[in-house]
Design a binder for this molecule. Structure first.
Ligand code: ADP
Length: 397
């Protein structure tokens, strides 16, 4: 009676030939078979086709018979054909004289338990994944913080160096200005006295003396030019150059500058031409500074173009900008030096050994002037083909 009414464990007995002898309430719940459907039937109804094929029912009973008791887990089949996973305990039942009477079998449906285990396992997996993600995120945050620290340290270092460089640059500019100024006085004296001699005010000069005095005068003028460059440069660098902006017709300036350089141009048998330079191209700029820039570009073009070469001016206006280009067929500038030539004291292809070519300040001054007027100075060049320098300025309204 007691066994009969246990509802959550399937308990049944089979005889030695595996025919079901009793079937409790739990067995009915668990399998869906009613007692009258099972009692008298072979217990093999509860096994899967695969287990039957491997003769599992008989093997289980044999094990129980030889050991007295057999425990395992396995699949069983319900009345509706569905399967469930069960814990199985089979006990051999013997008579008083030890002959085998049959087997007592207890089945526990583990489906719910397995499902719970599966859920617990999945939950644990999720927790682990979340943990891993959190750790990864924390590590990334730490890495990022480190990176930010490094970058700010570098930025601070850069800032410090910039301040140092600015100070050094200012010191250099001040020094250049002071030195140039100091040099001007004796240089003017040299020029003055050389002129006195040249004019014969100290008595007549021999032919040789005259040519010496001319050389003194020439060198003095050249030094004067260099020093003026230096002064100019230091003034621009320290922002001490005043600009007076006006509407400037670029072709006018080109004409003036070309006239002033006509002698040097023809001395080198260069062909100079103006193409496409309409009077309508008007820039907003300081005319004297534009002149200074063009003069510098033109004298460079003359200096660095072999006799017989060609110099071409052109102007254009687009949108807010007015542009002027001078193109030469000279020696050109290697691509890797193009950016450098606008730096002060940079000269491509020679040292300071030939002072007749200037100090390497012309382009630095010119670009500083252009930028101070809201413009820029650009270059395109190809070695042995030529160079084109373009002055870009704001366009007059
Ligand atoms: P400088 O002419 O006094 O040497 P610049 O600043 O005017 O100094 O020019 C810097 C350098 O750029 C020159 O020494 C020269 O090597 C190069 N350069 C400038 N203009 C030209 C040009 N039109 N063709 C070839 N090289 C040029």
């Amino acid at each position: 009676m007691f066994v009969e009414h246990i509802a959550d464990l399937a308990i049944y007995a089979v005889d030695a030939r595996a025919t079901v002898l009793s079937w409790n309430l739990g067995a009915e719940h668990c399998t869906g078979f009613a007692p009258d459907e099972m009692i008298g039937q072979p217990m093999s109804r509860l096994y899967t086709v695969t287990d039957l094929a491997s003769n599992l029912p008989a093997r289980e009973l044999e094990q129980a018979m030889s050991a007295g008791r057999y425990e395992c887990e396995g699949s069983r089949v319900r009345r509706d054909g569905s399967q469930f996973w069960a814990k199985v305990i089979i006990t051999a039942l013997r008579e008083g004289d030890d002959t085998l009477a049959g087997f007592g079998i207890v089945l526990q449906d583990l489906t719910a338990q397995r499902e719970m285990e599966r859920q617990e396992y999945e939950h644990a997996l999720q927790l682990a994944a979340r943990d891993a993600a959190r750790l990864e995120a924390e590590k990334r945050a730490r890495d990022l913080a480190e990176l930010v620290d490094q970058i700010s340290a570098q930025a601070a270092e850069l800032d410090r160096r910039r301040v140092e460089a600015d100070a050094a640059n200012r010191a250099k500019t001040d020094f250049l200005a002071a030195m140039s100024h100091e040099l001007l006085t004796p240089l003017n004296a040299i020029g003055g006295y050389a002129s006195l001699l040249a004019m014969g005010l100290r008595g007549p000069l021999t032919e040789e003396q005259r040519s010496d005095v001319d050389r003194i005068r020439g060198s003095q003028l050249q030094l004067l030019g260099l020093i003026n460059d230096l002064l100019n440069f230091s003034r621009i660098e320290s922002g001490r150059v005043p600009f007076s902006l006006d509407d400037v017709v670029l072709s006018d300036v080109v004409r003036d500058v070309a006239e002033r350089m006509a002698l040097q141009v023809s001395a080198r048998r260069l062909i100079e031409e103006r193409v496409d330079c309409p009077d309508a191209v008007v820039a907003r700029a300081d005319r004297r500074r534009v002149e200074q820039i063009l003069l510098n570009l033109l004298s460079n073009a003359v200096k660095y173009t072999a006799p017989g070469g060609r110099l071409t001016w052109s102007c254009s206006a687009t949108g807010e900008r007015a542009r002027l280009t001078i193109r030469d067929t000279g020696r050109g500038i290697p691509a890797d030096r193009l950016a450098d030539i606008f730096e002060p004291f940079v000269q491509v292809g020679r040292g300071f050994a030939r002072p007749d070519e200037g100090a390497g300040l012309g382009l630095a001054i010119s670009r500083d002037l252009a930028r101070a007027m809201g413009g820029d100075l650009m270059v395109e060049s190809e070695p042995n083909v030529g160079s084109a320098f373009t002055l870009d300025l704001p366009r007059a309204r």
